[in-house]
Design a protein around this ligand. Structure first.
Ligand SMILES: [Mg+2]
Length: 323
């Protein structure tokens, strides 16, 4: 039986996520028909996860289903968009209903939680890979971009940094860590900061989600905005396991440069910092000021003792790239 005969998308995904009135036609026709509310801009993003590159061989299907949607929701969050619709492309070495069923459970549970409807997809035979496209809406002209940071703006991040990177070191290299269950949940089930992104529309000057590591992703903001920046490592928000790892002589590259955190990094002009403070109590996660936008180009990163920090490679770790 071939995968297309199997018709995995119709069989497993025809009722996936939150039913929505703006889905005029969903899974089952040649294409989906979606109704865009007046006064809104459509925001679209696509991410591909390849086995051996973006996830370890043998990764639990349910965790992968969850994460493949979560990383796309995170991109929409970084734009200040409200996620509404997704399409899915699955490339699989064989038709394995058990695997697909696990994947579906992870993907569709997050879709339900996030108010997203799966509206179409495709399956092909090949090396295992998952592509998800997510679409969302933002009020006209209000999408957050990478290019709006200006000299004097504060640099902020949500949540804590380095948890996913430390989990990966533990799982891949056998590094002993504290509270692996917590770290692993941060790696496998990232929480896209959708509500934060939405709140930041009128407050932030630029935003990005941290997929490749804080320093690499912040460098994208600086480059797109034509500015420089300074970040103080001792201000990075850390969970207890990452703090203890560093206190034991661990590498600052874990919170500063390891990927897969899916937190937001954003900049706020001084004039909007009062507005940001008013928002903070209503947000589902901490927000921490870690640096400042400066004149010139490039990012200066200072260690707690004031020395300049050199990351091993910017955005160096997309998991098993060397494997
Ligand atoms: Mg992104």
């Amino acid at each position: 039986m071939t995968l297309s005969e199997f018709d995995l998308i119709e069989r497993f995904f025809s009722d996936c996520g939150t039913p929505r009135d703006d889905v005029i036609l969903g899974v089952g026709d040649d294409a989906a028909v979606l109704r865009v509310a007046p006064g809104m801009d459509l925001v679209a993003t696509l991410d591909t996860l390849v086995e051996g590159v973006h996830f370890l061989p043998g990764t639990d299907a349910q965790a992968l289903g969850y994460k493949s949607l979560a990383v796309n929701l995170s991109d929409l969050a970084a734009m200040g968009a409200e996620p509404l619709w997704a399409t899915l492309s699955l490339t699989l070495p064989e038709a394995a209903p058990d695997w697909v069923d696990g994947f579906r459970a992870g993907f569709c549970s997050l879709a339900r939680e996030a108010g997203v409807r799966l509206v179409g997809g495709d399956t092909t035979r090949g090396h295992r890979a998952v592509s998800v496209e997510a679409k969302g809406l933002v009020p006209r002209g209000m999408a957050l971009r990478r290019s709006g940071a200006r000299v004097g703006d504060g640099i902020f991040v949500t949540g804590t940094l380095g948890d996913a990177g430390l989990a990966l070191r533990a799982l891949r290299d056998g590094l002993p860590v504290e509270d692996l269950a917590f770290l692993r949940a941060r790696l496998d089930r990232p929480q896209a900061r959708v509500a934060v992104g939405r709140s930041l529309r009128a407050v932030a000057s630029a935003a990005i989600d941290i997929s490749d590591g804080l320093l690499a992703d912040l460098a994208h903001v600086l480059g797109a905005s034509g500015v420089g920046g300074v970040v103080w490592l001792q201000r990075l928000p850390l969970s207890a396991p990452v703090r203890h790892y560093l206190e034991a002589g661990g590498d600052w590259a874990i919170p500063a440069a390891a990927g897969d955190d899916y937190e937001l990094c954003f900049t706020v002009p001084a004039a909007n910092q009062g507005a940001l403070e008013k928002l903070l109590g209503g947000l589902p996660c901490p927000v921490t000021r870690i640096g400042e936008i400066t004149d010139g180009a490039g990012l200066r990163v200072l260690e707690p003792d004031g020395r300049e920090f050199r990351a091993p490679r910017a955005g160096y770790d997309h998991f098993v790239r060397d494997a």
